[in-house]
Design a protein. Structure first.
Lengths: 267, 295
């Protein structure tokens, strides 16, 4: 039997005006039909930092993440405000395709296209109007280097992306996202289908990438959250319960529900 | 009975069933080829038919069959591609979509004679197109659409959702994702569907008797202007196909070697279908390798 925790008792940090923010949500609600999956999420994400979203399965963290680049369009109803560069991108009039070029996403299971490694990266660039061959080649190299994959694939760019290992595929997906030169990178449990060695590689990649991008990562793995993130938000049954710097979250959680979750004596 | 024994028995039974199916196919093929091939000669393949007795070569019919097949595919593949994409990607799950699906199912269960008579009344008589390649192609399109649409929809739906999400997350439009990413992955399945329906079209007789006609006027294979009445490419000329020819030789053929003629034509028909299947598969695999960079 799951313990009952009060949803009133929360500890969510806010940032002062001096912190530059990548994104911010106000009063975000998500509904799957009649099912209210996310309640009142007010979170702000500092620029060039990694923010981890943790919580049990069904806590709403992936649902929340997918709302940030409007991937829930047509799947769920999202209300509230999502601020990005002083624009509420949750408005129906916003060009979602444009938004997704600025807010990239990497998914739980590696999902490279059934194309060559090079084509995986240049396909979307070309579709967006970048035709210059030299420039495309440059982007391929830059993004593969960024995802720490270049040395492993530089001689086989024309091979099928599906011939890569799971970890390489996931880094290719990261490369594909950063080739669009987004601002924000959303990662939805990017390592849950990977072995420990590939996981370490992806984590190292993320630590390197935060210099250029703001990263929001959903993870089941608390060690991973502790290793890579600067800020950490804990979700429980569709509520944001606690949001603090990662160090605080793991050494000194503020409220009982987080304390129990971190200690593993949840429910 | 223990698990091992059950498993053994099940394996034996399944193997027997498969052997039966393969056996029947091999027997049919062998029978048709053995009784037909000895009568196939170069002059039979290229010669013309005597309009009265039905004796003589099948050159024109063979050409007509392929021409009709290509014309039918040119009309039906784009339409069913559009319909398949719509059903797989854009259609919402509501009463209108299920109505469309039921309509497609009804269309696919229409007997070919009915489709033929409908084509006869509408295109041949009402629109005054007459017995022609184009009337036949449109009638065959009616056949083809439900099968092909269903096949394309299923091939597209079978592609993992995560591929669509990947495309959308990169800011690609739904259409661009569909055409550039999902369609190439679904290509082998779609090619299989096209090959299957092509086989059906190639072997169809009933619907063509009333639409493409039962006469194969001698055409001038030196004249490739589709507007000339004698040109083989003219879509408005009557065109008896191989399958119709077989039916006709068997039912009203006056030639004294009618049985041999139809056996030979059947053998040619089967070989043509096999060759077409093989070719389409090779082409499909080649295209798939090209677009997906796989070995």
């Amino acid at each position: 039997m799951l313990k009952q925790y009060s949803f009133e008792e929360t500890a969510v940090q806010t940032f002062d005006d001096k912190t530059s923010l990548a994104m911010k949500t106000e009063n975000l609600q998500v509904f799957y039909g009649a099912n209210h999956a996310m309640h009142d999420a007010d979170l702000a994400f500092p620029k060039n930092q990694i923010t981890a979203l943790i919580g049990a399965s069904g806590s709403g963290k992936s649902t929340y993440l997918r709302s940030l680049n409007r991937m829930n369009d047509g799947i769920a109803t999202v209300t509230g405000k999502i601020w990005y560069h002083n624009v509420d991108i949750n408005e129906p009039t916003v060009n979602i395709y444009e938004i997704r070029r600025h807010i990239g996403m990497v998914f739980q299971r590696p999902n490279p296209f059934a194309k060559s490694i090079r084509e995986n990266i240049v396909y979307a660039l070309r579709a967006n109007g970048l035709k210059n061959k030299a420039e495309l080649e440059e982007r391929v190299e830059k993004s593969l280097r960024g995802a720490a994959l270049w040395d492993e694939v530089k001689d086989s760019l024309d091979k099928s992306a599906l011939s890569l290992s799971g970890g390489q595929q996931q880094r290719l997906c990261i490369a594909r996202s950063i080739a669009m030169e987004p601002d924000v990178l959303l990662l939805d449990e990017p390592c849950s289908a990977l072995d420990p060695i590939s996981t370490v590689k992806v984590e190292e990649t993320l630590l390197e990438l935060q210099k250029k991008y703001s990263i929001i990562i959903v993870t089941h793995n608390m060690q991973q959250a502790a290793r890579v993130s600067s800020q950490c938000a804990f979700f429980h049954l569709g509520h944001v319960m606690e949001y603090t710097p990662t160090g605080t979250m793991f050494s000194n959680p503020q409220i009982p529900v987080t304390q129990d979750y971190i200690a593993g004596s949840f429910g | 009975m223990n698990a091992k024994r059950t498993d053994f028995l099940a394996t034996v039974v399944i193997n027997l069933i498969v052997a039966t199916v393969v056996g029947i196919l091999v027997f049919l093929l062998a029978y048709i080829l053995i009784s037909g091939l000895p009568h196939v000669s170069w002059s039979f393949l290229t010669g013309t038919t005597d309009a009265f007795s039905g004796a003589g070569g099948i050159g024109v019919q063979l050409f007509n069959s392929f021409y009709l097949l290509i014309l039918t595919m040119l009309i039906s593949v784009p339409i069913s591609l559009g319909a398949g994409i719509y059903l797989a990607e854009y259609a919402k799950d509501n009463w209108r979509t299920s109505l469309i699906r039921s309509a497609i199912e009804v269309l696919s269960s229409l007997p070919s004679v009915v489709v033929g008579l409908f084509g006869f009344l509408l295109f041949v008589v009402k629109f005054k197109i007459g017995f022609s390649v184009i009337s036949g192609a449109i009638a065959l399109t009616f056949f083809n659409l439900p099968l092909l649409t269903r096949n394309i929809e299923e091939s597209l739906s079978a592609v993992s959702r995560s591929q669509r999400e990947a495309g959308l997350s990169l800011g690609l439009s739904k259409w661009k994702t569909e055409i550039g990413i999902i369609l190439p992955v679904a290509l082998p399945g779609i090619v299989t569907g096209i090959v299957l329906s092509a086989g059906r079209v190639f072997g169809e007789a009933a619907a063509l008797i009333y639409t493409a006609g039962q006469s194969a006027p001698v055409t001038n294979f030196g004249d490739w202007n589709p507007m000339d009445p004698a040109s083989p490419l003219n879509p408005f000329r009557p065109a008896e196909t191989l399958a119709v020819h077989i039916w006709k030789v068997n039912t009203e053929g006056l030639a004294n070697n009618a049985a041999q003629l139809s056996a030979a034509a059947s053998a040619v028909l089967i070989i043509a279908v096999l060759l077409f299947n093989l070719g389409a598969r090779l082409l499909g695999n080649f295209l798939y390798r090209r677009v997906t960079a796989s070995k």
